[in-house]
Structures are given as C-alpha cells and as structure tokens.
Design a protein around this ligand. Structure first.
Ligand SMILES: [Fe+2]
Length: 142
C-alpha cells in the first residue's frame, strides 16, 4: 500500500540520516576532515528529505511516524553502535543507501499505480539523489 511504502521510505531515510550523523561525529583517521565534511553534507541532505517525506505521508491523510523507535521498526536498516574504521563506515552507508533505493522504487511503483503523479515525481527525484550518494560512497570505498 502506498502510504506504508512511503512510511518505509521516510524511516529508511531517517535511519541513513542517523547513521551518517553518527559517523560524522565519530570518524577518525588522517582524512578525518574530509570524511567529517562529506558526512556533514550527507546527513544534512537526508535530514531535509525526512521532513519532505513525512509531509507527503500527511498529504495522504495518514500520520507520520515520529519516534526513533517507531521509525526503526519500519526500516530494515540496522542501527550501528560500533565505531568501524572510516572505509567500513562508507561501505555500510553504501549498503544502507541501496536499501533506501529499493524502498523508493517500491514506493514509486505504488504512487504511479495509484495515480499519485506528483508524489511519484518526488520519489523519482529522491532516487536520483540517492544514486549520487551511491556514486560518491562507491568512489570512496574503491
Ligand atoms: Fe557537525
């Protein structure tokens, strides 16, 4: 169902946001400054997207999930409470970004089938943004 798919996208995006922010604080190594800045831009982009997605849930006349726990129940992305090295952080973000993209494809197909073309368009735009996140993360880990 469209609204459930959209809530999943909101939750996936939030989970990726939270992990990027966590790594932004805790990354270490000789390239700390670059990683810190890269992760700062990433979590900013994702945080803004969470708000847009939650408002789309409201536009479908459902209530947006809010509490961290509620969101974490809706996503397959796992919280990380370890501090891996910088490259492993990037690998984990890349894998989680793939999960976000899978959810976006599903939600896009539901939006399209429901004739929610504006929302479908927004989800396409999100897919494009996440494709760029994937490119950058992939380029770092190679
Ligand atoms: Fe910061």
């Amino acid at each position: 169902m469209l609204v459930d798919d959209l809530k999943r996208v909101q939750a996936d995006t939030f989970a990726l946001y939270a992990k990027a922010h966590y790594y932004h604080w805790n990354v270490e190594g000789p390239d700390f400054a670059q990683y810190h800045e890269f992760l700062g831009k990433l979590y900013d982009e994702l945080f803004d997207a969470v708000d847009v997605l939650a408002e789309e849930v409201r536009a479908l006349d459902a209530y947006a999930p809010a509490a961290h726990r509620m969101l974490m129940d809706l996503t397959k992305i796992k919280d990380d409470n370890t501090v891996p090295n910088a490259l492993e952080m990037m690998r984990r973000l890349l894998a989680d970004n793939e999960v976000v993209m899978e959810g976006l494809v599903q939600a896009y197909m539901s939006a399209d089938a429901a004739g929610e073309l504006g929302l479908a368009n927004l989800l396409q735009d999100r897919l494009d943004v996440h494709k760029k996140h994937a490119w950058m993360l992939r380029s770092i880990v190679r």
